[in-house]
Design a protein around this ligand. Structure first.
Ligand code: G4P
Length: 195
């Protein structure tokens, strides 16, 4: 998605550890117009998948997920990372290890908002080691719902997440594919037929 690649270039900052800083438009300050276009793009790519819900993990997945839900006309659930005062029992849970932050978060989704007949699209801001998507897949498994695929804003192709999801047969649609962050430079993987 050209508009997204241009935005990444505009704010190009690579932190030690191959971390791409995107807090100017995605992780902290949010560009609503870009998010709307991202949502429309995911909705177009999955338009025939009969999606009934969009799932993500708080916090940075929420903006693109909400815009995708708006474009598809379906509700959005964000898995919680923290214990909530009002959401105590009746939760599906999975443990998600963050290689980037070296912490484990238990993510949870309330059973109240999950229907056995749901067809779920998973959305996340980054696909790196694939742990967040893996956690949502575990929850989908517990809930017995079908996952139609994963929509990823920025895929880091040089990390193992995308290959692992492909090996599991999960359809992954990524809007920007970063092939390298070496020497502080962002390189994109060009795909055939890209706009
Ligand atoms: P995963 O995202 O595929 O699960 O892999 P990993 O365990 O490496 O990621 C852990 C956290 O680090 C995730 O955020 C992910 O979005 C973030 N992350 C991974 N690579 C990058 C990067 O290059 N740049 C930035 N800015 N973040 C990256 P999280 O813990 O879910 O945090 P949140 O921001 O969604 O709250």
């Amino acid at each position: 998605m050209k508009e997204l690649e241009e935005k990444i270039r505009q704010f190009e900052t690579v932190l030690p550890g191959n971390v791409l800083k995107v807090d100017a438009f995605l992780n902290h300050q949010v560009d609503p117009v870009l998010m709307q276009h991202i949502g429309q793009e995911f909705a177009a790519r999955f338009k025939d998948a009969k999606i009934t819900k969009v799932w993500t993990v708080e916090s940075s997945g929420i903006a693109p997920a909400v815009m995708t839900g708006l474009a598809l006309g379906v509700p959005v659930i964000f898995a919680r990372k923290h214990k909530s005062l009002t959401l105590n029992s009746g939760m599906y849970t999975a443990d998600v290890y963050s290689y980037t932050k070296k912490t484990t978060n238990r993510i949870s989704i309330s059973k109240r908002y999950v229907d056995k007949t749901d067809r779920v699209l998973l959305i996340d801001d980054f696909l790196a080691n694939g742990q967040a998507v893996e956690g949502m897949l575990q929850i989908a498994d517990q809930a017995g719902v079908e996952v139609v695929g994963a929509g990823i804003v920025i895929e880091k192709c040089f990390q193992p997440g995308s290959a692992e999801l492909a090996a599991k047969g999960v359809r992954v649609e990524s809007l920007a594919k970063v092939s390298s962050l070496a020497d502080g430079q962002v390189s994109f993987k060009q795909t055939e037929g890209e706009d």
